[in-house]
Write a protein that binds this ligand. Structure first.
Ligand code: AMP
Ligand code: MG
Length: 448
């Protein structure tokens, strides 16, 4: 397990006072590692989990050559260019049963979609293309080629081959694929436990009466939603007051129970609270100013499980001991100390925390590709920081994708995230955007 200083030393031009978004990503990929414990789950419970091992298919899918259409099966070698072919219908092959007979030259079998191809036959003419005359069928010239409309045994998955690989997220399609192999239970990585709490004396919990200068805790719910959608087990610690004893207790309890701790608030420069001091006291933590908007301040590191007991050097020893213990709890939890502003929380989560948590979950990188869309308006942007503006992507009358800003882009304006369906990513070196110019968009609709 590397310390914060060791990771920092590996990165070119690491500057905690002005870190690029790319450097944050590179740092986090070195800080976090996949959890190793696994369990075996039935299909209904495995949705959203990550496969812990390759799944080698015990069977081929489909298990036989079969027909892709309702029609007539025959041997394609009889087709002659420019000539119709007349065939006698000698039987019917239904799905789910093998047709037992032998088909000779000049003969065909009526066949249903999914039915096993009778021995020696390789071609199907769809019913609507065939001309039926009593017990005979005419295959008009040029409508089918030998091998048409036949599905091959194993064309989806071949017996003995990996059907899904370790690190695959079990989506609805992946669950269906496993089921198509007859697999009832799958080895998956255990759920990641993520503790969350909000900090700040001005933060009200739901149910508390409004008070001058205070705001209701929205981050607790956005983070709960983001983590739940990601398939994490959420350990909710609510609001923790700006009191050293309470903060210490929350961090220590969270570190003992969770793989990762997410906090919001209290990491800005000049904060008059105890959050940063407690992170420093209990862990190996870096405090960053990221060259981004929204979401400049962020704290990242590890919080140890016991009060003030591990120096980074001692943590190294504990980790190697646990490493030989095959997946026992690591000594503490990864800390993501997010800014307080509600949009900054969501943006830093999407940009940095989500990919890091996926890595901890053992999932391979699932970052969706950025879309290119035409900006509906001019956007002011200073080079030297990455901006994530909230946008609404739509298809314009000419068919092109366009993206419009969702009003006020303040880092506290949560309605901009509700109205938008993606983040317009204005990269580090990018300057002003002209109306009609194409920009990159990170879609979040369907992701969160
Ligand atoms: P901070 O990062 O602590 O300086 O907070 C920045 C802004 O975010 C302040 O306006 C806070 O009131 C607000 N804020 C902090 N935590 C929360 C929260 N949990 N829910 C809603 N707003 C918050
Ligand atoms: Mg604060």
């Amino acid at each position: 397990m590397k310390s914060i200083d060791q990771i920092a030393a590996e990165l070119q031009g690491y500057d905690p006072q002005s870190l690029s978004a790319e450097a944050v990503t590179a740092f986090l990929s070195r800080l976090v590692a996949p959890v190793t414990e696994t369990e075996t789950l039935g299909m209904f419970d495995a949705l959203g989990r990550v496969l812990a091992q390759d799944v080698i298919s015990p069977v081929s899918v489909p298990p036989h050559d079969n027909s892709a259409m309702d029609g007539f099966a025959f041997a394609g070698a009889q087709l002659a260019a420019g000539q119709p072919l007349a065939l006698a219908v000698v039987g019917t092959a239904l799905a789910g049963k093998a047709w037992p007979g032998q088909v000779r030259e000049g003969e065909c079998v009526k066949i249903m979609t999914g039915a096993i191809m009778p021995a020696g036959l390789d071609t199907v003419i769809p019913q609507e293309m065939a001309q039926q005359q009593g017990d005979r069928v005419i295959v008009p010239a040029g409508v089918v080629q030998p091998g048409d409309n036949r599905r091959h045994c194993g064309e989806d998955v071949m017996a003995g081959q990996p059907a899904l690989q370790k690190g695959e997220l079990l989506t609805p399609a992946a669950l269906g694929l496993l089921a198509s192999l007859g697999i009832e239970r799958a080895p998956v990585v255990r759920r990641l436990k993520v503790a969350y709490f909000s900090t700040g004396d001005e933060i009200l919990s739901l149910g508390e009466p409004p008070r001058e200068g205070a705001v209701y805790d929205s981050n607790r719910y956005t983070v709960f939603g983001l983590l739940t959608r990601l398939g994490c087990e959420v350990l909710d610690f609510g609001v923790v007051r700006d009191d050293p004893a309470l903060l210490e207790a929350a961090f220590v309890r969270a570190a003992a129970q969770a793989d990762a701790i997410i906090t919001s608030g209290g990491v800005s420069v000049g904060e008059a609270d105890f959050t940063k001091a407690m992170m420093k006291k209990l862990g190996d933590v870096a405090f960053w100013r990221i060259a981004m908007r929204p979401g400049r301040p962020m704290a990242v590191g590890r919080i140890s499980m016991q009060i003030n007991s591990f120096s980074p050097r001692q943590m190294d020893k504990v980790s190697s001991f646990n490493g030989s213990d095959n997946g026992a709890h690591s000594p503490g939890a990864i800390l993501f100390g997010l800014p307080g502003n509600p949009v900054a929380v969501m943006v830093t989560f999407l940009a940095f925390v989500r990919p890091a948590l996926l890595r901890m979950m053992g999932a391979r990188d699932r970052t969706p590709p950025l879309l290119r869309a035409r900006s509906a308006q001019a956007i002011r942007k200073k080079p030297g920081r990455t901006e994530y503006q909230r946008g609404s992507v739509q298809r314009a009358a000419d068919g092109a994708l366009t993206v419009a800003l969702t009003g006020n882009q303040g880092s506290g304006v949560l309605s901009s995230m509700v109205q938008g369906n993606g983040l317009i990513v204005l990269h580090h070196a990018q300057g002003n955007v002209a109306a009609g110019e194409e920009v990159d968009v990170m879609m979040f609709d369907g992701v969160i």
